[in-house]
Design a protein around this ligand. Structure first.
Ligand SMILES: [Zn+2]
Length: 145
């Protein structure tokens, strides 16, 4: 991180190089400011998933997932240094403002943001990817409770 601290992932993931750059920029440039407004400091990204060779949502016959080319990240929450956990899918009142800011920043950086409220496959995690679509069309679907 810019201040020399480290942010861990709860498991090692593989993503492609251009996605890794986007992800690092989001983590280094956007997340510290968002969590600091709650007087928190980011320690770990939890529930992370990267490369997975499968069709979308694991549905046989569906188009190939962005995860299959390492162009996507799944994430469940943010662990703060003081022990607090910011669930990206829960409805805890204390973290609602953080989730709202995370949605704004994620939707500005990534081409696809799918969270709770988008479809049944994303009710328990946030999906971020850099899928290119005609006319740079982006999808931002995440209902903040
Ligand atoms: Zn995903």
């Amino acid at each position: 991180m810019p201040d020399g601290s480290k942010v861990e992932l709860d498991s090692a993931i593989t993503v492609n190089c251009s996605f890794a750059v986007e992800l690092l920029d989001w983590v280094r440039e956007d997340l510290p400011g968002i969590v600091s407004r709650e007087k928190g400091k980011l320690a770990r990204l939890t529930g992370v998933g990267g490369h997975a060779c499968r069709p979308r949502n694991g549905v046989t016959g569906a188009p190939i997932s962005e995860h299959a080319t390492g162009n996507a990240l799944d994430i469940g929450g943010l662990q703060l240094e003081d022990g607090r956990f910011v669930s990206l899918v829960g409805s805890a009142g204390a973290t609602r403002s953080i989730r709202a800011e995370l949605k704004t920043s994620a939707c500005a950086r990534f081409k696809t943001v799918l969270g709770p409220g988008s479809d049944a496959s994303h009710k328990d995690h946030l999906h971020l990817d850099m899928r290119q679509r005609p006319r740079d069309y982006k999808i931002c679907q995440w209902n903040i409770e």
